[in-house]
Each structure stands twice: as structure tokens, then as C-alpha cells.
Design a protein around this ligand. Structure first.
Ligand code: FEO
Length: 612
């Protein structure tokens, strides 16, 4: 039985999913499976873009036969000759003897090496910039050598602005029903696999990928159809931004990755203690792996993500511990650069692993070596506390810190001139409802209709939206009573039911409450993307429902401050410290900590002003 997915009226996915495969390329675990994508374009001529791996040929042929029906196949475009995409090429030629094989000159020799059919009578040779007209569609070709093999090219449909991108923009993971990246939570569920796919498969060829990205940036691209994983038709730039980072070996995050190879636990314990010390210094998102337990492909992906890498290895056969040595060879083979590295070595009688690791890793381009190497003889001892502390300190000091704001150039009162509204942001997880007050609703696009909200991570509503990806925003009016702001803004939803006894809330189509009292509209959003802003998360959402609830004028932040918020009591006015402009809470102290969160309304330091 066929399994075909329609992309648009004249374009179909005829690929296959592989979920039984233990190791892709006989190397990489694919716990979520992998898809081999193939596409058929219908026009005056029919065009097949690439084929699939031999093991899945039967399903692929069934898909192709179904979608073509009685039509003949005019062209098969070979963007990439690796057998996961071309293994069934010979079968296609046998089934459709009149087909022309569209390929570049480098592909010809590979076809002759892999197959025995007569390519010379079937070839339609193309090079960069050539155009193949197949009716309404005009196809052009861009050679992209070493993304991932030397013969690779990509095809661009000049008519519908579709890029058939070969291995680029692919991901590990089968296409589970949904073919489009915007139909899944890609960042949450697939970005790690996309990174692991990119870094391990083409990570070595960053300059070549940069060339392709430069060429692609000159094209208007409405859709990307890669050979693995999802088709991209929305938010393409988000994925392109990741590719730019990966191709330029730019760390995605200033964070520390610790990889250890330990036989009897001494090296592991030192790695664990280092991680604790780094955490105590405020380093966030530390990741640690046992090199003998985690497949190297996951470690390579993490090494591309993190700015700092600690290699901790015992000495083994007078060299580096065998699994660490394998990883280090893979690390060097992927040409990873622009990293800061540190070393821990262990050895009961002759520790040598740090020197050896440093020789390989430290010689990679633009690699900064932290010289405070920690040497252990069997196990870390009390008298080495200062040494490991010094290593943690050196790593911490080398991590980029946020640039302090030049107070002489910033006048905080400038922010007061921004016009904000005041809104109730509500969410629901199972039987648990919650809501908070925000001032950050924006409509960001009209077609499609999208809004954004920014929410402090300390808010329980933030956690609910992170989990469920849905919310409502109720737009408050100038008739709002302070008690409503207090109910939703000045308590924590983790230990209170903010809707208890509240009668002016109704549920919208998504099942979440909206406020039906002193509001003039509500908007329901389904999150499509998140941006981590440190203390806050920016949620970008498709609008799923809206309703006008009244005609009263919307409440602005300044109207709230001047007309609704109670004036500080005489007692509060006499206090020294900082006052929260949202709820009036007074922090008594000379200096407000940078990461301070108002215990009442959960706003950060930006909401506080000094009591003069
Ligand atoms: Fe998916 Fe380079 O093959």
C-alpha cells in the first residue's frame, strides 16, 4: 500500500521512513528513526528528485507508481549519490526506460562505480546556473561540493521558490505523519537531532556549507525540501540561523561541557566536583557525559553547542583512555574550532593523558587552552581542593560575561515612555488553571495572524505555556479594578488557585479561561516558537481565536500607575531601598541584586526604582 504526502497540488513526497535501523551509515544511532525523502513534481514533464535507500525500495516504488499512475517519468534529478538517496536509481531506470538522469559531471563517474546501466545514453548533464524547463516550472541547479560528498548539488525551483537542498537542512528522525516542520514542536523535539545530524554528517565541511548558505541567501526561498526529515515552509530563517552558527563553528551557548573517561570512578568524581564548583560560581546549563556510555555523535553535537569543553581522562596503556581517544579523534576530524578547552588527567603511576589530549585538541584552530590542568593520582585528595578550585575559577573567568550597562549612557526613565497595555495571560494544564498580569502583548504579523508575549520564567503561567504551548490573553480596560490586578498579579499560582471564587471568567475554544470583566477582547494563541531571553521567555504564537468583549478603552500601563494602583502608604514611603512599580513591594537594602525577582508580582529588577 502506498504512503504519499501532498506538499502542494503539483508536488508530492514519495519517501520512506526507516525505524528498524540501529545505526545510520552503520555508525550513528537513530532512536527516532530516519526518513529518506524523495519528491515528485508534476508539470508538462514529470520530475523525481532523488530516490531512497535500498532496504526501503519496495515501499518507495509503490509510492512512486501510485503517484505517477499512467504517467511516464521524464526526469530523475540526482542531487546526491550517497546510497541512502540513490540506491534505487538503477531500478527507476529499469522501470521507466525513457527517463533522463539529471546530474552533474562529477555524478557520472559515481553512477558508473555504483551501477551497471548505461548512463551515457540517459544523462542530462547540468552545471551551476543551468535551467531545465519542465513546463510552468523552471529548475536551476547549484553545485554544493562536500555538502556532504563532492558531487552534491541542490535544485532550486525558480517558479515556486522551492529549494531541494540534498542533505542540507535535514534531520535525524522519521517523519511521523507530519511532513512539515511547523506541524511539530521542532525546537523541543527535533532540534537536538537536527544538530546531531548536521554536526556528525556535514560538520566537518563548515566552509562548504557557508558557501551554500551564501548562495542560498541570494534566493527567495519559500520552501525547503531536504533529503531527510521535515519540509520547511515557515520560520525557515530560524533553522538557517542555526546552520550559520554550526557552519561557522560558533558556539550556540556560553556553557561548559564536561566529558570524562573513567575506569574506577576517580576521574568521574573529579569531573563531578568540578561541575559542582562551576555551578556554585553561577555557570548555567553545564552538561556532563561519560564517554564510554554516550555515543560519540551526541558528544560531537554538544561540542558544537557549547563554548567550553573539559576533557577528563584516565591514563590507559600509557596513553589516553581508549574511548576518550576515539572521541578526541572524532572531535579533531570534525575540525571543531573556536572553543575554550581544559583538561583533567588521572594515572596511578604515570599520568600522561592531559599532555596527549592537549597535543590534539589544543592544536585545533582558534582553540584556547586553560593551562590549569588538574592531575590526579588515582583519586582526588583534600590537599588538591585549591587546584580544582583554581581550574573552576579559570574556566569561570574565561566564560564571556554580559557586558555591564554603562549607567552614564542609560536613563531608565526612557523606558517609561514606551506605551504598554496591561493584560491577563492565562493558561491551563489538565485541571490546573492559572493566569498572571503582563504588559508585553504584541501583534507581530497580520498574515498569518501572530502575537507575541514575554513572560518571566518565575511565573507559574510561564511553565504552563512552556508545557502546553497554548494561552489566552485578555485585554483589560480602564474600568479595571485594582482587586483584579491584585488577584492575578500579586500571588503565585503554584500555591493558590487564582480563579477560586472568581466568577467573571469563561472558557474559549482551547479550554483556557479568559476574563469577561472589564476586558474589551481576548486572543487565543498556539505557540510556534520560543526565544530564551534569560530571565524571560518570548513566546510567538499563531492566533487561533479572538473575540471582542466590549468597547471600553484599553488600559495602558501609565493609566494603571496614575489612576488604579494605590499610592504607597506613608510607612512604605519612609522605607529605604527599592520599590516595585508594579505592586508596590519594597525591597529594603542598599543594592538590589541583579537577579532579584519581586516576591509578590514576580517582576524582575527592571520593575524596581530606588526610593530617594
Ligand atoms: Fe543522506 Fe549524504 O546522504
Amino acid at each position: 500500500m502506498y504512503n504519499v504526502k501532498k506538499i502542494q497540488d503539483d508536488l508530492f513526497w514519495v519517501g520512506v521512513n526507516e525505524r528498524r535501523l540501529a545505526l545510520f551509515e552503520n555508525v550513528y544511532p537513530v532512536p527516532k528513526g530516519v526518513s529518506y525523502n524523495s519528491y515528485v513534481l508534476f508539470d508538462e514533464k514529470t520530475v523525481l528528485f532523488d530516490t531512497v535507500e535500498r532496504s526501503e525500495a519496495a515501499q518507495f516504488i509503490e509510492n512512486l507508481r501510485h503517484v505517477l499512475g499512467n504517467k511516464k517519468l521524464d526526469y530523475v534529478v540526482v542531487n546526491h549519490m550517497e546510497p541512502d538517496h540513490c540506491a534505487t536509481l538503477e531500478e527507476i531506470v529499469r522501470l521507466y526506460p525513457e527517463v533522463k538522469v539529471v546530474c552533474n559531471i562529477k555524478t557520472i563517474n559515481m553512477i558508473k562505480q555504483f551501477f551497471s546501466f548505461d548512463i551515457d545514453t540517459k544523462k542530462h548533464l547540468v552545471k551551476t546556473g543551468d535551467v531545465l524547463e519542465v513546463g510552468r516550472h523552471k529548475l536551476t541547479f547549484v553545485e554544493a561540493p562536500m555538502v556532504h560528498w563532492p558531487e552534491v548539488m541542490v535544485t532550486y525551483d525558480l517558479t515556486d521558490k522551492i529549494l531541494f537542498s540534498a542533505d542540507a537542512f535535514g534531520t535525524f528522525g522519521a517523519v511521523d505523519g507530519n511532513l512539515f516542520a511547523d506541524e511539530v514542536d521542532f525546537d523541543l523535539d527535533y532540534m537536538d537531532e537536527a544538530r546531531r545530524y548536521y554536526t556528525n554528517i556535514v560538520g566537518k565541511y563548515g566552509p562548504q556549507v557557508q558557501n551554500l548558505l551564501t548562495k542560498a541567501s541570494e534566493l527567495e526561498i519559500k520552501m525547503v525540501c531536504p533529503l531527510h526529515g521535515f519540509v520547511w515552509r515557515k520560520n525557515i530563517n530560524h533553522f538557517v540561523d542555526k546552520y550559520v552558527k554550526w557552519a561557522t563553528y560558533t558556539p550556540e551557548e556560553n556553557s561548559v561541557l564536561i566529558i570524562y573517561g573513567s575506569v574506577y570512578g576517580g576521574t568521574r568524581t573529579a569531573a563531578e566536583i568540578l561541575a559542582t564548583k562551576l555551578s556554585e560560581k553561577g555557570v548555567k546549563n553545564i552538561r556532563m557525559f561519560d564517554v564510554s556510555v554516550t555515543h560519540f555523535s551526541y558528544l560531537i553535537a554538544e561540542a558544537f553547542r557549547c563554548s567550553h569543553i573539559v576533557f577528563a581522562s584516565t591514563t590507559y596503556n600509557a596513553g589516553i583512555f581508549v574511548n576518550m581517544e576515539n572521541f578526541i579523534n572524532a572531535y579533531a576530524a570534525h575540525s571543531i574550532k573556536n572553543r575554550t578547552v581544559a583538561f583533567i588527567e588521572n594515572g596511578t603511576w604515570m599520568p600522561t593523558s592531559a599532555k596527549l589530549m592537549k597535543e590534539t585538541v589544543g592544536s585545533l584552530p582558534n582553540t584556547t587552552v586553560i593551562e590549569n590542568t588538574l592531575t590526579i593520582k588515582s583519586a582526588l585528595k583534600e590537599n588538591q581542593t585549591e587546584t580544582i578550585e583554581a581550574l573552576a575559577e579559570a574556566i569561570y573567568n574565561s566564560l564571556p560575561k554580559p557586558k555591564p550597562i554603562d549607567e552614564s549612557k542609560t536613563d531608565n526613565t526612557a523606558f517609561y515612555n514606551i506605551v504598554y497595555g496591561i493584560f491577563v495571560l492565562s493558561a491551563k494544564d489538565g485541571n490546573k488553571d492559572n493566569a498572571c498580569i503582563i504588559n508585553t502583548l504584541q501583534q507581530v504579523t497580520d498574515s498569518p495572524k501572530r502575537v507575541s508575549v514575554t513572560v518571566n520564567k518565575a511565573n507559574y503561567t510561564h511553565d504552563l505555556i512552556m508545557k502546553t504551548k497554548e494561552f489566552n490573553v485578555s485585554i483589560l480596560t480602564k474600568e479595571t479594578d485594582f482587586s483584579l490586578i491584585k488577584r492575578f498579579g500579586f500571588a503565585c499560582g503554584k500555591d493558590t488557585d487564582k480563579f477560586s471564587g472568581f466568577e467573571n471568567a469563561k472558557r474559549s475554544e482551547n479550554g483556557i479561561y479568559y476574563i469577561d470583566e472589564t476586558t474589551n477582547a481576548f486572543i487565543s494563541g498556539k505557540v510556534i516558537s520560543t526565544v530564551d531571553l534569560g530571565t524571560h521567555t518570548l513566546f510567538i504564537a499563531d492566533v487561533t481565536e479572538t473575540k471582542v468583549l466590549g468597547t471600553a478603552e484599553a488600559l495602558t500601563y501609565s493609566y494603571y500607575l496614575n489612576n488604579i494602583k494605590p499610592k504607597p502608604s506613608v510607612a512604605a514611603a519612609k522605607k529605604k531601598g527599592y520599590v516595585c512599580k508594579i505592586c508596590g513591594f519594597v525591597y529594603e537594602g542598599d543594592t538590589l541584586p541583579d537577579d532579584y525577582i519581586c516576591p509578590i508580582c514576580k517582576h524582575g529588577v527592571e520593575a524596581f526604582e530606588k526610593i530617594e
